[in-house]
Design a protein. Structure first.
Length: 161
């Protein structure tokens, strides 16, 4: 691995197949229980964070020890059901969130390595095209489309990546 390359991994096909299968199981099993919210819907909802969880737990405990304060309009079974769902879903979410975070970091790093190394090839083709080396101009013109702008063409070098 060169010092320019931050990470070099090859995932065996059997691992790819096993993970893909496991992801499919997760998606199929949880799909009936999950929803998707719009940005506006997310913003409108009060949020339950780490400080709110103990509050809700205490409320549920107090409803058992002091039921005289339960308002008639509070659906206590639904409160308990909702909180249980949060608890169970958080148990699934936390490890999956760690995996997603690590996937994002790995994709970012491998993408950076791929792009930096592609720019090295691009710089070589660009130099070859300037020196009229056969086939270089066609390759350069095709690859340079990545850097076209409406006001002009800007082509980075691998030092700029």
């Amino acid at each position: 691995m060169s010092k320019d390359n931050l990470l070099s991994i090859v995932i065996p096909q059997e691992v790819i197949d096993a993970v893909s299968s496991a992801i499919n199981v997760i998606v199929v099993q949880l799909k009936p229980y999950l929803i998707a919210l719009s940005k506006e819907e997310r913003m409108a909802l009060p949020k339950m964070g780490d400080k709110t969880i103990p509050f809700v737990e205490k409320v549920i405990e107090y409803t058992a020890s002091n039921p005289e304060f339960i308002p008639a309009y509070l659906d206590l079974p639904e409160l308990k059901n909702d909180f249980m769902a949060v608890t169970v879903l958080n148990q699934m979410f936390r490890p999956l969130n760690e995996v997603v975070s690590n996937l994002n970091d790995t994709i970012l790093t491998e993408g950076s390595d791929s792009y930096k190394n592609s720019l090295k090839y691009y710089d070589s083709v660009k130099m070859a095209a300037k020196n009229n080396i056969p086939n270089a101009k066609t390759i350069y013109e095709d690859l340079s489309k990545r850097f076209e702008r409406k006001t002009g063409t800007v082509t980075p070098t691998s030092e700029q990546a």
